[in-house]
Design a protein around this ligand. Structure first.
Ligand SMILES: Cc1cc2nc3c(=O)[nH]c(=O)nc-3n(C[C@H](O)[C@H](O)[C@H](O)COP(=O)(O)O)c2cc1C
Length: 328
């Protein structure tokens, strides 16, 4: 019988299926339900910098919170999941949950990331995911500015905590491999590919803009997991678009150590975890793989690269595939 054990960012997971950061994981009882349903680990709902500021009523001109965000939080939207309660949730959850609990924070202000990280470690979280989300609006800022911000946040957080730290990236970064390598060199324990942006839309009747919730893109994750696996010195997790067991197998073949899933559980419930894991075991048995390491990264670029003389030839190969696809 196949063994689904995997190691992810230095943590031991009974299987690679992680329930992604969402409202499914924002309470100790929610995390318990994920464990009972069979998940290998959970990422807790992200805590946002604005929640820390609002909870402590911090008035500081360094910290700008848009009034709409404050109104939303004070209306009950996010304040009940504020920093003091997240540390209590972690403490409570750690009493009778044995799967790893990875907290998630999303900040804008460089000063705040490290101090939140420390509080979360002290509460007993097994790991920390930095949900880094910048929308580059400034036409005078080159991509280096944004890439350096990622590095700076990671380095400051790593100074404060000893638990493993992952970075969840957006796909809209000039060079995912280059930034990924720099983050790995700076001590990032895992990269999560990808976060999603809010999608813009326009209400043509009322001439207003509006934001739509984003969507995970399975193939985008698959591409970059395959391109990064075994070429940078940290683990990889995919996040986006998993619908069935075969999708998890694909991400592992590309090189992922773990796979985060969310929307599927909103649609079909956490019972779906058993089907996903059962499907993986069946596939592994049929292909005579006894463990995840036996096939992890088998179809990564690193393995395929051996077919090419050098990176230039690999780029030419991808260019040829592109040309063929557009010439049909
Ligand atoms: C309702 C909902 C809430 C989410 N909240 C967060 C969040 O607070 N922080 C975060 O990093 N990702 C959040 N996500 C994104 C998920 O963690 C995950 O990256 C993504 O949904 C995975 O793709 P999938 O939903 O296609 O499985 C949320 C997703 C959903 C559906």
């Amino acid at each position: 019988m196949a063994d689904l054990f995997t190691s992810y960012m230095g943590l031991k997971l009974r299987n690679p299926l992680i329930v992604g950061s969402s409202d499914l994981t924002r309470s100790a009882s929610g995390i318990k339900r994920c464990e009972e349903a069979g998940a290998g680990a959970v990422i807790m709902k992200s805590i946002f910098e604005e929640q820390f500021l609002a909870e402590d009523d911090i008035q500081d001109r360094d910290y700008t919170v848009h009034p709409e965000a404050l109104d939303y939080m004070r209306g009950g939207g996010l304040l009940e999941y504020a920093p003091h309660s997240i540390t209590r949730i972690i403490e409570e959850a750690k009493k009778d949950i044995s799967i790893p609990i990875i907290a998630s924070i999303n900040c804008q202000t460089p000063k705040l990331w490290p101090s939140f990280a420390r509080q979360i470690q002290e509460a007993g979280a097994d790991g920390l995911e930095l949900n880094i989300y910048f929308l580059p609006i400034d036409i005078d800022s080159p991509c280096k500015v944004y890439e350096d911000q990622h590095l700076q946040i990671l380095k400051e957080v790593k100074k404060e905590v000893s638990i493993p730290v992952s970075v969840k990236l957006t796909s809209q970064i000039t060079s995912v491999p280059y930034l990924g390598r720099r983050l790995a060199q700076a001590g990032c324990d895992a990269l999560v590919l990808f976060n999603w942006f809010l999608e813009p839309d326009i209400d043509v009747e009322n001439l207003k803009t509006r934001s739509l919730i984003g969507k995970g893109n399975f193939y985008q994750s698959l591409r970059w997991i395959a391109l990064l696996a075994d070429r940078i010195d940290c683990d990889l997790a995919s996040s986006g678009g998993v619908q069935k067991a075969e999708d998890i197998v694909k991400q592992i073949l590309a090189g992922a150590s773990a796979v985060q899933v969310c929307t599927l559980f909103y649609k079909k419930g956490l019972d779906e975890i058993k089907n996903l894991l059962g499907g993986m075991e069946t596939w592994m048995d049929e292909h005579q793989y006894s463990g995840i390491e036996d096939f992890k990264g088998e179809l990564s670029f690193k393995k395929q690269e051996l077919r090419f003389r050098d990176l230039g030839e690999a780029e030419a190969y991808f260019r040829a595939q592109y040309l063929k696809a557009y010439s049909k």
